[in-house]
Design a protein around this ligand. Structure first.
Ligand SMILES: *Cc1c(COP(=O)(O)O)cnc(C)c1O
Length: 364
Protein backbone atom coordinates (compact mmCIF):
# COMPACT_ATOMS: atom_id res chain seq x y z
CA UNK A 1 0.00 0.00 0.00
CA UNK A 2 2.96 2.30 0.54
CA UNK A 3 6.33 2.42 -1.18
CA UNK A 4 8.01 3.56 2.06
CA UNK A 5 8.97 1.81 5.31
CA UNK A 6 6.35 3.84 7.19
CA UNK A 7 3.40 6.08 6.44
CA UNK A 8 4.33 9.45 7.91
CA UNK A 9 1.24 11.38 8.99
CA UNK A 10 3.37 14.05 10.70
CA UNK A 11 2.23 17.67 10.79
CA UNK A 12 5.62 19.08 9.83
CA UNK A 13 8.31 18.38 8.92
CA UNK A 14 6.26 15.88 7.00
CA UNK A 15 6.33 13.32 4.23
CA UNK A 16 7.97 14.34 0.96
CA UNK A 17 7.00 12.65 -2.30
CA UNK A 18 9.08 9.53 -2.88
CA UNK A 19 9.64 10.47 -6.52
CA UNK A 20 11.15 13.79 -5.41
CA UNK A 21 13.44 12.16 -2.87
CA UNK A 22 14.80 9.78 -5.53
CA UNK A 23 15.25 12.67 -7.94
CA UNK A 24 17.10 14.64 -5.24
CA UNK A 25 19.25 11.64 -4.35
CA UNK A 26 20.56 11.63 -7.90
CA UNK A 27 21.90 15.18 -7.47
CA UNK A 28 23.70 14.64 -4.19
CA UNK A 29 27.11 13.75 -5.63
CA UNK A 30 27.09 15.42 -9.03
CA UNK A 31 24.52 18.07 -9.82
CA UNK A 32 23.76 18.43 -13.52
CA UNK A 33 27.34 17.47 -14.48
CA UNK A 34 28.82 20.26 -12.38
CA UNK A 35 30.91 17.68 -10.53
CA UNK A 36 29.59 19.15 -7.29
CA UNK A 37 26.78 18.26 -4.99
CA UNK A 38 23.73 20.46 -5.26
CA UNK A 39 24.56 21.38 -1.65
CA UNK A 40 28.04 22.54 -2.62
CA UNK A 41 27.06 24.96 -5.38
CA UNK A 42 27.83 28.63 -4.86
CA UNK A 43 24.69 30.70 -4.54
CA UNK A 44 26.35 33.07 -7.01
CA UNK A 45 26.82 30.36 -9.66
CA UNK A 46 24.94 29.90 -12.95
CA UNK A 47 23.75 26.49 -11.76
CA UNK A 48 22.17 27.99 -8.68
CA UNK A 49 20.68 30.89 -10.64
CA UNK A 50 18.82 28.31 -12.68
CA UNK A 51 17.45 26.68 -9.54
CA UNK A 52 16.34 30.03 -8.10
CA UNK A 53 14.73 31.10 -11.39
CA UNK A 54 13.04 27.79 -12.09
CA UNK A 55 11.62 27.63 -8.57
CA UNK A 56 10.07 31.06 -9.03
CA UNK A 57 8.81 30.26 -12.50
CA UNK A 58 7.11 27.05 -11.35
CA UNK A 59 5.30 28.60 -8.41
CA UNK A 60 4.16 31.49 -10.59
CA UNK A 61 2.67 28.99 -13.02
CA UNK A 62 1.06 26.83 -10.35
CA UNK A 63 -0.63 29.70 -8.51
CA UNK A 64 -1.12 31.98 -11.49
CA UNK A 65 0.84 34.79 -9.85
CA UNK A 66 0.78 38.05 -11.84
CA UNK A 67 3.85 40.27 -12.30
CA UNK A 68 2.75 42.87 -9.78
CA UNK A 69 3.58 40.31 -7.09
CA UNK A 70 7.13 39.43 -6.00
CA UNK A 71 8.00 35.83 -5.12
CA UNK A 72 10.56 35.58 -2.30
CA UNK A 73 12.42 32.63 -0.80
CA UNK A 74 13.17 33.62 2.79
CA UNK A 75 14.42 32.16 6.09
CA UNK A 76 13.35 32.35 9.72
CA UNK A 77 10.45 29.92 9.32
CA UNK A 78 6.80 30.83 9.55
CA UNK A 79 7.61 32.39 12.93
CA UNK A 80 10.19 34.72 11.38
CA UNK A 81 7.58 35.93 8.91
CA UNK A 82 5.14 36.65 11.78
CA UNK A 83 7.58 39.41 12.75
CA UNK A 84 8.41 40.35 9.16
CA UNK A 85 4.76 41.02 8.30
CA UNK A 86 4.45 43.55 11.13
CA UNK A 87 7.89 45.08 10.49
CA UNK A 88 7.15 45.58 6.79
CA UNK A 89 3.52 46.51 6.88
CA UNK A 90 2.39 47.92 10.21
CA UNK A 91 3.63 51.36 9.27
CA UNK A 92 0.51 52.84 7.70
CA UNK A 93 -1.48 53.31 10.91
CA UNK A 94 0.57 51.47 13.53
CA UNK A 95 -2.29 49.00 14.00
CA UNK A 96 -3.37 45.75 12.39
CA UNK A 97 -6.42 43.48 12.59
CA UNK A 98 -5.90 39.80 13.44
CA UNK A 99 -8.32 36.90 13.12
CA UNK A 100 -7.39 34.59 15.97
CA UNK A 101 -8.75 31.15 15.12
CA UNK A 102 -6.14 28.87 16.70
CA UNK A 103 -2.65 28.49 18.05
CA UNK A 104 -0.75 29.79 15.01
CA UNK A 105 -2.72 32.99 14.47
CA UNK A 106 -2.53 33.64 18.23
CA UNK A 107 1.27 33.37 18.03
CA UNK A 108 1.39 35.67 15.01
CA UNK A 109 -0.69 38.30 16.83
CA UNK A 110 1.55 38.09 19.89
CA UNK A 111 4.62 38.65 17.74
CA UNK A 112 3.03 41.63 15.97
CA UNK A 113 2.22 43.25 19.33
CA UNK A 114 5.93 43.94 19.71
CA UNK A 115 5.75 46.41 16.84
CA UNK A 116 2.32 48.05 17.06
CA UNK A 117 -1.25 47.72 18.19
CA UNK A 118 -3.12 44.52 17.39
CA UNK A 119 -6.92 44.48 17.19
CA UNK A 120 -8.71 41.19 17.55
CA UNK A 121 -11.37 40.85 14.82
CA UNK A 122 -13.23 38.00 16.49
CA UNK A 123 -14.81 37.72 19.93
CA UNK A 124 -12.55 35.76 22.29
CA UNK A 125 -13.22 32.04 21.97
CA UNK A 126 -13.33 29.47 24.78
CA UNK A 127 -12.07 26.85 22.40
CA UNK A 128 -11.09 26.92 18.77
CA UNK A 129 -13.74 24.94 16.89
CA UNK A 130 -15.16 27.34 14.28
CA UNK A 131 -14.88 30.69 12.53
CA UNK A 132 -17.47 32.97 14.14
CA UNK A 133 -20.14 34.52 11.93
CA UNK A 134 -19.36 37.70 9.98
CA UNK A 135 -21.86 39.65 12.09
CA UNK A 136 -19.46 39.36 15.07
CA UNK A 137 -16.37 40.67 13.23
CA UNK A 138 -14.81 43.98 14.19
CA UNK A 139 -12.74 45.25 11.26
CA UNK A 140 -10.98 48.61 11.50
CA UNK A 141 -10.97 50.47 8.15
CA UNK A 142 -7.75 52.23 9.24
CA UNK A 143 -5.82 49.05 10.06
CA UNK A 144 -2.51 48.70 8.17
CA UNK A 145 -3.54 45.16 7.22
CA UNK A 146 -5.81 42.27 8.14
CA UNK A 147 -4.13 38.99 9.06
CA UNK A 148 -5.48 35.46 9.18
CA UNK A 149 -4.26 31.87 9.18
CA UNK A 150 -5.94 29.99 6.32
CA UNK A 151 -5.38 26.60 7.94
CA UNK A 152 -4.74 26.16 11.66
CA UNK A 153 -2.42 23.16 11.67
CA UNK A 154 -2.84 22.31 15.36
CA UNK A 155 -6.56 22.95 15.77
CA UNK A 156 -7.64 21.60 12.39
CA UNK A 157 -9.61 24.67 11.30
CA UNK A 158 -9.56 25.82 7.68
CA UNK A 159 -11.21 28.93 6.21
CA UNK A 160 -13.83 27.89 3.62
CA UNK A 161 -13.75 31.47 2.22
CA UNK A 162 -11.43 34.46 1.84
CA UNK A 163 -12.38 37.17 4.36
CA UNK A 164 -13.64 40.41 2.81
CA UNK A 165 -11.59 43.26 4.29
CA UNK A 166 -13.23 46.13 2.38
CA UNK A 167 -9.99 47.15 0.70
CA UNK A 168 -7.58 46.80 3.65
CA UNK A 169 -4.53 44.71 2.56
CA UNK A 170 -5.01 41.04 3.42
CA UNK A 171 -2.20 38.82 4.76
CA UNK A 172 -2.57 35.04 4.91
CA UNK A 173 -0.49 32.35 6.59
CA UNK A 174 -0.93 29.37 4.26
CA UNK A 175 1.90 27.31 5.76
CA UNK A 176 -0.12 24.13 5.97
CA UNK A 177 -2.55 24.35 3.03
CA UNK A 178 -0.84 26.19 0.19
CA UNK A 179 -0.81 24.27 -3.11
CA UNK A 180 -3.85 22.23 -2.07
CA UNK A 181 -6.68 24.31 -3.54
CA UNK A 182 -7.27 27.03 -6.10
CA UNK A 183 -7.60 30.62 -4.90
CA UNK A 184 -7.53 34.10 -6.39
CA UNK A 185 -4.14 35.57 -5.53
CA UNK A 186 -5.25 39.09 -6.41
CA UNK A 187 -7.36 39.19 -3.24
CA UNK A 188 -4.18 39.17 -1.15
CA UNK A 189 -1.40 41.57 -0.22
CA UNK A 190 0.87 38.88 1.23
CA UNK A 191 0.75 35.12 1.34
CA UNK A 192 3.44 33.14 3.11
CA UNK A 193 4.10 29.48 3.78
CA UNK A 194 6.87 27.64 5.61
CA UNK A 195 8.05 24.85 3.36
CA UNK A 196 8.01 21.94 5.79
CA UNK A 197 4.34 21.05 5.33
CA UNK A 198 3.29 21.04 1.68
CA UNK A 199 6.33 22.39 -0.10
CA UNK A 200 9.60 20.77 0.87
CA UNK A 201 12.14 20.41 3.67
CA UNK A 202 12.40 22.93 6.50
CA UNK A 203 14.59 25.97 5.98
CA UNK A 204 12.78 28.08 3.43
CA UNK A 205 9.60 30.16 3.55
CA UNK A 206 7.75 31.10 0.41
CA UNK A 207 6.54 34.72 0.55
CA UNK A 208 4.37 36.24 -2.17
CA UNK A 209 3.99 39.98 -1.78
CA UNK A 210 2.22 42.63 -3.80
CA UNK A 211 4.89 44.99 -5.10
CA UNK A 212 3.05 48.21 -4.25
CA UNK A 213 3.46 47.34 -0.55
CA UNK A 214 7.24 47.11 -0.79
CA UNK A 215 9.54 49.78 0.61
CA UNK A 216 7.45 50.70 3.65
CA UNK A 217 9.31 48.73 6.32
CA UNK A 218 10.11 50.15 9.73
CA UNK A 219 13.70 51.42 10.05
CA UNK A 220 14.35 48.75 12.70
CA UNK A 221 13.38 45.93 10.30
CA UNK A 222 16.32 43.49 10.04
CA UNK A 223 17.75 43.34 6.53
CA UNK A 224 16.98 39.64 6.11
CA UNK A 225 13.32 40.24 6.97
CA UNK A 226 12.90 43.24 4.67
CA UNK A 227 10.66 42.17 1.78
CA UNK A 228 11.83 45.09 -0.35
CA UNK A 229 15.52 44.17 -0.09
CA UNK A 230 14.74 40.51 -0.69
CA UNK A 231 12.66 41.40 -3.77
CA UNK A 232 15.28 43.82 -5.12
CA UNK A 233 18.02 41.18 -4.78
CA UNK A 234 15.95 38.29 -6.15
CA UNK A 235 16.16 36.40 -2.81
CA UNK A 236 19.96 36.47 -3.13
CA UNK A 237 20.84 39.30 -0.77
CA UNK A 238 22.68 36.86 1.48
CA UNK A 239 23.21 33.08 1.32
CA UNK A 240 19.81 31.46 0.84
CA UNK A 241 19.01 27.90 2.02
CA UNK A 242 20.05 26.58 -1.37
CA UNK A 243 19.33 22.89 -0.80
CA UNK A 244 15.83 23.53 0.60
CA UNK A 245 15.06 25.79 -2.34
CA UNK A 246 16.28 23.14 -4.77
CA UNK A 247 14.00 20.49 -3.22
CA UNK A 248 11.10 22.94 -3.19
CA UNK A 249 11.50 23.48 -6.92
CA UNK A 250 11.45 19.71 -7.49
CA UNK A 251 8.24 19.47 -5.43
CA UNK A 252 6.67 22.19 -7.61
CA UNK A 253 7.58 20.15 -10.71
CA UNK A 254 6.12 17.04 -9.09
CA UNK A 255 2.83 18.88 -8.51
CA UNK A 256 2.79 20.17 -12.10
CA UNK A 257 3.17 16.61 -13.38
CA UNK A 258 0.19 15.49 -11.29
CA UNK A 259 -2.53 17.82 -12.44
CA UNK A 260 -1.29 20.97 -10.70
CA UNK A 261 -3.34 22.54 -7.96
CA UNK A 262 -6.55 20.97 -9.27
CA UNK A 263 -5.00 17.49 -8.96
CA UNK A 264 -3.90 18.22 -5.39
CA UNK A 265 -7.31 19.68 -4.53
CA UNK A 266 -9.18 16.60 -5.79
CA UNK A 267 -6.93 14.25 -3.84
CA UNK A 268 -7.12 16.38 -0.68
CA UNK A 269 -10.90 16.08 -0.79
CA UNK A 270 -10.78 12.32 -1.25
CA UNK A 271 -8.24 11.78 1.52
CA UNK A 272 -9.88 14.00 4.12
CA UNK A 273 -13.35 12.59 3.34
CA UNK A 274 -12.06 9.07 4.00
CA UNK A 275 -11.00 10.07 7.53
CA UNK A 276 -13.91 12.40 8.41
CA UNK A 277 -16.48 9.87 7.14
CA UNK A 278 -14.88 7.21 9.34
CA UNK A 279 -15.14 9.54 12.35
CA UNK A 280 -18.73 10.55 11.57
CA UNK A 281 -19.85 6.97 10.99
CA UNK A 282 -18.23 5.63 14.18
CA UNK A 283 -21.36 6.28 16.28
CA UNK A 284 -19.46 8.49 18.69
CA UNK A 285 -16.43 6.23 19.13
CA UNK A 286 -14.28 8.92 17.49
CA UNK A 287 -15.00 12.61 17.69
CA UNK A 288 -13.72 15.67 15.86
CA UNK A 289 -14.83 18.78 17.71
CA UNK A 290 -14.34 21.22 14.83
CA UNK A 291 -17.67 22.30 13.32
CA UNK A 292 -18.18 20.76 9.90
CA UNK A 293 -17.88 23.78 7.55
CA UNK A 294 -14.49 24.69 9.07
CA UNK A 295 -12.87 21.26 9.18
CA UNK A 296 -9.38 21.22 7.72
CA UNK A 297 -8.66 19.04 4.71
CA UNK A 298 -5.02 18.92 5.77
CA UNK A 299 -4.94 18.24 9.52
CA UNK A 300 -7.61 16.04 11.06
CA UNK A 301 -7.58 16.17 14.87
CA UNK A 302 -9.75 13.64 16.68
CA UNK A 303 -10.22 12.02 20.06
CA UNK A 304 -11.76 8.88 21.53
CA UNK A 305 -14.08 10.61 23.98
CA UNK A 306 -13.82 9.45 27.58
CA UNK A 307 -11.05 6.98 26.80
CA UNK A 308 -7.58 8.49 26.87
CA UNK A 309 -6.21 4.98 27.42
CA UNK A 310 -7.68 3.91 24.06
CA UNK A 311 -5.97 6.85 22.38
CA UNK A 312 -2.63 5.58 23.69
CA UNK A 313 -3.47 2.08 22.49
CA UNK A 314 -4.55 3.47 19.10
CA UNK A 315 -1.22 5.26 18.65
CA UNK A 316 0.73 2.14 19.69
CA UNK A 317 -1.14 -0.18 17.36
CA UNK A 318 -0.91 2.31 14.50
CA UNK A 319 2.84 2.46 15.01
CA UNK A 320 3.11 -1.32 14.90
CA UNK A 321 1.34 -1.09 11.55
CA UNK A 322 3.96 1.47 10.46
CA UNK A 323 1.69 4.51 10.68
CA UNK A 324 3.73 7.13 12.50
CA UNK A 325 3.54 10.70 13.86
CA UNK A 326 -0.20 10.49 14.58
CA UNK A 327 0.02 11.91 18.09
CA UNK A 328 -1.88 15.19 18.56
CA UNK A 329 0.04 18.43 19.20
CA UNK A 330 1.45 18.63 22.74
CA UNK A 331 -0.87 21.57 23.50
CA UNK A 332 -4.13 19.82 22.51
CA UNK A 333 -3.49 16.05 22.87
CA UNK A 334 -5.54 13.36 21.15
CA UNK A 335 -4.74 12.13 17.66
CA UNK A 336 -4.00 14.14 14.52
CA UNK A 337 -3.64 12.86 10.96
CA UNK A 338 -1.95 15.25 8.58
CA UNK A 339 -2.81 14.61 4.95
CA UNK A 340 -0.46 16.84 2.97
CA UNK A 341 0.08 16.54 -0.77
CA UNK A 342 2.69 13.77 -0.47
CA UNK A 343 0.26 11.45 1.35
CA UNK A 344 -1.41 9.20 -1.22
CA UNK A 345 -5.09 8.29 -1.31
CA UNK A 346 -4.07 4.67 -0.65
CA UNK A 347 -2.20 5.72 2.48
CA UNK A 348 -5.21 7.64 3.78
CA UNK A 349 -7.28 4.52 3.09
CA UNK A 350 -4.91 2.37 5.16
CA UNK A 351 -5.50 4.73 8.10
CA UNK A 352 -9.29 4.82 7.60
CA UNK A 353 -9.40 1.00 7.49
CA UNK A 354 -7.34 0.76 10.67
CA UNK A 355 -9.63 3.28 12.39
CA UNK A 356 -12.65 1.16 11.49
CA UNK A 357 -11.17 -2.11 12.73
CA UNK A 358 -9.86 -0.47 15.93
CA UNK A 359 -13.33 0.89 16.62
CA UNK A 360 -15.02 -2.45 15.99
CA UNK A 361 -12.64 -4.22 18.38
CA UNK A 362 -12.82 -1.64 21.15
CA UNK A 363 -16.33 -0.19 21.16
CA UNK A 364 -18.01 -0.89 24.50
C1 LIG B 1 4.21 25.26 11.14
C2 LIG B 1 3.47 26.51 11.07
C3 LIG B 1 4.06 27.76 11.37
C4 LIG B 1 5.43 27.95 11.97
O1 LIG B 1 6.44 27.46 11.29
P1 LIG B 1 7.95 27.52 11.83
O2 LIG B 1 8.68 27.33 10.56
O3 LIG B 1 8.11 26.42 12.81
O4 LIG B 1 8.20 28.85 12.44
C5 LIG B 1 3.30 28.90 11.19
N1 LIG B 1 2.03 28.83 10.78
C6 LIG B 1 1.42 27.66 10.50
C7 LIG B 1 0.01 27.64 10.03
C8 LIG B 1 2.13 26.47 10.64
O5 LIG B 1 1.52 25.30 10.37
Amino acid sequence: MSDRPVINFGAGPSKLPTEVLIDVQNTLLNYDNSGMSVMELSHRSKDYDKINDNGQKCIRELLNIPNDYAVLFMQGGGTGIFAAVALNLMTKSGTADYFITGIWSAKAAKEAEKYGKVNSVLPKMEKYDEIPDKSTWKLDPNASYVYYCDNETVNGIEFPFIPDTKGVPLVADMSSNILTRKFDITKFAIIFAGAQKNIGPPGVVLVIVKRDLLGKAMPICPTVLDFNIMARDNSLHNTPPTFSIFVMWRVFEWIKERGGIKGMEDRAKQKSSLIYDTIDQSEGFYSCTVKKPYRSRMNVPFIIPGHPELEVQFLNEAEQLKMVQLKGHRMVGGIRASLYNAITVDEAKVLADFMKSFRNKNIK
